[in-house]
Design a protein around this ligand. Sequence first.
Ligand code: F6R
Length: 614
Amino acid sequence: MCGIVAYTGKRNAAPILIDGLRALEYRGYDSAGIFLSGNLEAKLPSKLVKAVGPVNNLASKITDAYSGTAGISHTRWATHGVPSKANAHPHSDESGKVWIVHNGIIENYKELKQALQTKGYKFASETDSEVVAHLIVDKLKRLKIEQAINQTLKELRGTYGLAIMYDKEPEKIFAARMGSPLVIGLGDGENFIASDPTPILRHTKNVIYMNDGEMAIITPDSHTIFNLDNVQVNREPDQIEWSVEEVQKGGYDHFMMKEMMEAPEVVKNTLRGRLLVEDGMAKLGGLESVKDRLRQIKRIIIVGCGTAYYSGLVGEYMLEEYAGIPVEVEVGSEFRYRKPVIDEGTAILAISQSGETADTLEAIREGKRKGALTIGIVNTVGSTIARDTDAGVYNHAGPEIGVASTKAFISQLTALALFTLYMGRQRQMSLVTGKKIAEELLDLPEKIKKILDSGNLANIKKIAEKYNKFEDFLYLGRKYNYAIAFEGALKLKEISYVHAEGCGAGEMKHGPIAMIDENFPTVAVALRDSVYEKMISNIQEIKARRGPVLAIGTEGDEELAKLADDVFYVPKTLEMLSPILSVIPLQFFAYYFAVLRGLNVDKPRNLAKSVTVE
Ligand code: F6R
């Protein structure tokens, strides 16, 4: 969703904020804005600049004259009101006393706005956010700024990450969090507020993650955190592990390409120190505190959204086959609004790259309220889901900046395989099976490297060129690769904007086959596994209707090449691990397909990296 960066210190704030916004642009990129406070002594007026489109449009409007040393800034992903200058943040009231940037949704903004309008306040935007500025100004008639903000927060319903400036105290930045992440960066004679650590880590690695219901005040030399009852909260800073290089493109054209190329390292990092090969076991330190409870659980519900949900589907098959535990998988947005049957024998496993996805987070909270054990497979250390779950497994995949999730998916599948080993060996899995899975896991990085060989990538690119003329695609898979059909289709549609549908291959004849003709190609994952013959029959059914077929096959499968129009081969591995390999060519296919159409794969239209609103 939207990105917030705020700075107060001795340096020129504008370039720091603009750089910070660039680092956060993956959260939203339809418009951006910056407010720099003035300085009466230095006769420096305050400045407001906004621009529609990417941060570069804003940057081009900032001149050397913008030399304030404190400011707030925002990159927007529209929820209320079209992307426009008027709707871009920061927002103020007519007096310009208070400026705010907001991430989240104020659910009761309509009633608040009406009440304010009755009092004579004039609104300049269609946003829900603007009410916050007016409410604070209204309360400033009676209260000091801290209390005015505190009282305003108590009137808001919904979610917010807020950074606020007040003209009478130009060096201070106020921040507040409810449901939308915020982190405080602690520097030397300067401090920061941001939606996540990426824009901060080039300045400091000392951060404090704010919790829901907290308000903070930073000046160049101090930071104070309060809860909504005005009680001061003391918390030690955390150290960010990510390096600056990790959040840059490293010579690749796109973050997505860089992140796909990192796959072998990602698998190694997810596995590092966690495999006891001789015992056929996994050691997951993050689950140590709940290990007795995990032994007792009777059922697991996996929740996630989008790509994370599809990794959960693969996890379901792994856990049921090898650990013998009943598993259900559900998208967070459905789980939270129905009445799921949950008891103490249930564990809810949340999968999330960002650790901030609102629907997944609320599913966890709902599960907790009903007495379930909650665990997470989360990539972002210190994120809300990581902190709100009882225990968990970090992915250690490094920051994922490209909006389309690629390396995080590979890491999620790897972590799920580790979790299956961990749970399975406590239950029915034999030593021999455990060892086999552990050994195959260790072999994966080399197998992925083979797929990433430059000749292979050139081949996928050629295939993408051939299929670039088509506007509709059907993706098919079965069993472990059922979810890969959906994930492959999601990758293509989200960055290419062509119609791509995932389908369980067995379901095809119950409807989707009606679409097939020579202009409707199928991408079929047909590996040499337990459902190979069935997949071959499905491909034959498509060929009989003149549908072009691009197949993902197992190395050495000459038969498949005779049937499909194009084949991309991946090395053989255990069936349960095969999605980790089969998804890679589908990610690259989507990437090349979109690049060939001249699209910005890192920032697909209408999307944002971290979906912190419902
Ligand atoms: C697709 C994609 C999304 C995310 C989903 C969940 O490429 O990135 O579908 O997977 O929004 O995000 P996280 O994993 O951050 O909870």
